[in-house]
Ligand binder design. Structure first.
Ligand SMILES: NC(=O)C1=CN([C@@H]2O[C@H](COP(=O)(O)OP(=O)(O)OC[C@H]3O[C@@H](n4cnc5c(N)ncnc54)[C@H](O)[C@@H]3O)[C@@H](O)[C@H]2O)C=CC1
Ligand SMILES: O=C(O)C(=O)Cc1ccc(O)cc1
Length: 741
């Protein structure tokens, strides 16, 4: 073997919980030819033999070491130095040596005092698995399965030695990571040592109370959960705190500060501070649980895990439905609520991965936000100057809305910020935002030109600009409008094509001096945001699936409640009405300058149409369902300026699916031609491929309502679903739609 290292004969020194469990696991895996044990306590040796954890036990440690290929030290951390000194004379240059101690700095320091030159076979380690019981009697063969093992190799450790020690641990079912010694001790001080210290202290404090019998007798689950680890071995933990003094003191001081702030809040009845701590902690705890479960912000309960849709031939589209709140408006309500001077209550917030990324970013910047609970969120606004620097980079997942809007807002803050996201967001070009913000005086540094990660320096203030937005983008406009609230003078933005205007409307609703005429928006640099109650209307882009479903399904009769009817969002609605779609709008209302309406939609004979896509503003989901509506119109429709959007996956997949269902669709030059089959024809059902794109899959599920036999759409939800309620709403309206695995 490389460097002469072998793994035939393993000696475990210390046959307690960890050493004994390792022996049992290696025995089960058949990792070594021979397992030898050594322990000062005879009873542990006897039990190890009786349980067949080891082949033999030795009483002479030196002799045992001399014949071992791997020596594992599994004794309390303060006993490590004595054992290292005792075995040093017997170690060969090709002996592998590792340990399992909970602290690493002291064990490594001890080894440096003893070995000169350092052994290349020495690889310190620590299994992050354990229990509050100790001794061989507590040992369990599966203790390390699916747990992490941290190795902290030294500069002198040979790569071959690290490989063999890693494979030994992997044989127990564990996952092996490597880490620097100091970093290990800091991380473990926070995640393991501090919680043990608190548990010991809490139980000891309460046990000294003369009423302690009652306290323990009536202890609720919280006390049990929190104090389980106070039953851990006192000697082991006394060793840990002696060994890792500095790192423990540092994290203990931070904890004590936090605790004393909470004490003050309790003393003064300061509910906002308490809510802030509790909501941040709850969100962080849930976030960590999701990291462990491999998901991001969206609640796992909302995730559609099913892989295919099956749509039966007898679907109907009858009844009433409410859509989740408009996503764009949800982002704006969170942002302006956080910046307002008081408490904003938002109802109907769309809870998806993207809006939750915005919400978390504000929590990270010190804003107390209660909820969301079924769309209800209470934001304790901190005022325009009240945001605090986040403790680390703000992670925005895949939300380009959060990224663009926050870049504008943070460019105006006095503190620095860093923005990061997942691989989808890494492809998001920010040049159209960064350049005008820089003109306003912002200091933004994107590591890869204008892509993530973005670092923004804190500044004293911005100056207003007059700027023409070349490529239509509501996100760019909104980013600049948010920055304008911190700029000296009036910011004047002109758009070539007017994009959705939720930011302007929401700023006005919060009392900001802002004017919008035609394609020009002017925002004053002086003002105040006053809290309001925000009712978020249903998302019209999501409503689009059901509008088109009702228009093409015989005998349909659908009412969609409180759908957002902001004129900058109704292009598709207007088009469908123009095509002869029977859609009535009633109960128009307005909340926070955002109009909404109830839509009553029935089965219709749709006329074909000619649409210049450069003249209207439709979201990708609206374009996908427009293709469906045109497929069932009475004749040929033409979409001009098609090439601009033709490469979007959602549209490519929708076009392919429709072709497979027998619809004639082809592109010619810059146009897409669609031969609608009329309102009577039923198509032949086929198996379709959603290619993991949820927009296309949902649009094709709508098209499948008009087939004579059932349709299966494979791979329909590979994406993170952004409309998890689609299936339940569709089913409630009589779609024969099933998610199948
Ligand atoms: N208990 C836990 O949850 C975890 C413990 N560890 C670390 O594992 C090591 C062992 O801990 P446990 O197995 O929990 O303790 P344990 O008390 O169950 O086992 C330690 C064993 O070492 C023996 N021992 C003590 N001094 C000795 C010496 N000089 N020579 C030979 N044997 C000696 C004891 O008789 C005992 O059987 C410690 O360094 C601890 O920090 C690491 C991860 C988890
Ligand atoms: O039982 C628990 O919850 C633990 O935390 C176990 C544990 C104790 C000590 C370690 O060094 C690693 C893991």
């Amino acid at each position: 073997m490389i460097d002469g290292f072998k793994s035939d004969r393993i000696l475990i020194v210390g046959l307690g919980l960890i050493g004994g469990s390792l022996a049992l696991a290696l025995r089960k895996a058949g990792f070594a030819r021979e397992l030898i044990g050594f322990d000062l306590k005879g009873e542990n040796c006897e039990l190890a033999l009786a349980l067949d954890a080891v082949d033999r036990v030795e009483t002479d440690l030196g002799l045992a070491v001399a014949e071992a290929d791997i020596v594992v030290l599994s004794v309390p951390v303060k006993a490590m130095e004595g054992v290292l000194a005792r075995i040093a004379p017997y170690l060969r240059t090709n002996t592998l040596l590792t340990d399992v101690g909970s602290t690493k700095g002291n064990v490594v320091a001890a080894s440096r005092r003893i070995f000169n030159p350092m052994l290349s076979g020495w690889v310190p380690g620590h299994p992050i698995a354990g229990a509050e019981n100790s001794g061989m009697a507590a040992a369990r063969q599966e203790l390390f399965a699916r747990h992490k093992i941290i190795l902290t190799p030294l500069p002198e450790s040979s790569a071959a030695a690290v490989d063999i020690i890693s494979s030994m641990w992997r044989a127990t079912g564990a996952e092996v990571l490597t880490m620097d010694v100091n970093h290990h001790d800091e991380v473990l001080a926070a995640t393991s040592h501090l919680p043990h210290l608190l548990a010991f202290s809490l139980v000891d404090t309460l046990a000294q109370d003369h009423e302690n019998r009652d306290i323990f007798r009536y202890a609720a689950g919280g006390f049990r959960d929190f104090t389980r680890i106070a039953a851990s071995d006192p000697t082991m933990w006394h060793d840990v705190f002696l060994a890792n003094r500095d790192a423990v003191l540092e994290v203990l001081d931070r904890f004590t500060d936090g605790l004393s702030q909470l004490r003050t809040a309790v003393d003064q009845g300061d509910g906002v501070t308490m809510l802030g701590v509790f909501t941040r902690a709850k969100a962080a705890r849930e976030h960590f649980s999701r990291i462990l479960a491999g998901t991001a912000y969206a609640s796992p309960a909302h995730k559609l895990s099913k892989k295919a849709f099956k749509i039966g031939a007898k679907s109907r589209c009858v009844g009433r439905a409410s859509l989740p709140g408009d996503k764009s408006i949800s982002h704006r309500a969170l942002i302006l609520g956080a910046l307002s001077e008081g408490q904003t209550v938002v109802s109907g917030m769309h809870e998806d991965e993207d809006t939750l990324a915005t919400l978390q970013a504000f929590r990270d910047m010190g804003v107390v936000i209660e909820g969301p609970a079924e769309g209800l969120v209470t934001i304790h606004g901190v005022g325009l100057q009240g945001l605090r620097q986040a403790p680390g980079a703000l992670y925005l997942g895949r939300s380009s809305t959060s990224l663009r809007l926050l870049t504008g807002l943070l460019a105006a803050q006095s503190f620095p910020s860093e923005l990061t996201g997942n691989e989808v967001l890494e492809g998001c070009d920010l040049s159209t935002i960064i350049q005008p913000l820089q003109q306003m005086g912002a200091r933004i540094d994107a590591v890869r030109e204008s892509f993530l990660p973005v670092r923004i320096s804190g500044i004293d203030g911005l100056k207003a600009i007059t700027h023409q937005i070349e490529t239509p983008s509501a996100q760019v406009k909104s980013a600049l409008l948010l920055a304008s609230m911190y700029a000296e003078g009036e910011t004047r933005l002109t758009e070539r094509v007017r994009t959705r205007d939720h930011t302007e409307r929401m700023m006005a609703a919060f009392g900001w001096p802002i004017r919008a005429d035609d394609n020009v928006v002017c925002s004053s640099g002086k003002g105040q945001l006053l809290p309001v109650s925000v009712i978020i209307p249903g998302d019209i882009s999501l409503a689009a699936y059901f509008m088109v479903a009702a228009l093409i399904t015989r005998d349909s009769d659908l009412r969609l409640e409180r759908v957002g009817a902001n004129p900058s969002r109704t292009s598709l609605l207007d088009l469908l009405i123009g095509m002869g779609g029977l859609i009535e709008q009633s109960a128009k209302q307005e909340s926070n300058d955002e109009p909404d309406a109830c839509l009553h939609i029935r089965y219709s004979r749709l006329k074909p149409c000619r649409v210049d896509l450069s003249k209207i503003h439709c979201s990708v989901e609206e374009l996908a369902v427009l293709l469906i509506a045109l497929s069932f119109a009475e004749g040929e429709s033409v979409l001009l300026d098609w090439n601009r959007v033709a490469q979007l996956d959602a549209l490519k997949i929708t076009v392919n699916g429709l072709q497979k269902l027998g619809i004639q669709i082809e592109s010619q030059g810059d146009c897409l031609l669609i031969k609608g089959v009329g309102s009577e024809v039923l198509l032949a059902g086929h198996e379709l491929d959603g290619k993991g794109n949820s927009v296309a899959s949902m649009a094709l599920a709508v098209a499948a309502l008009r087939t004579g036999n059932s349709v299966i759409i494979q791979d329909c939800l590979g994406d993170i679903p952004y409309f998890p309620e689609f299936v339940s709403i569709a089913q409630s309206l009589g779609f024969e739609l099933q998610s199948i695995g």
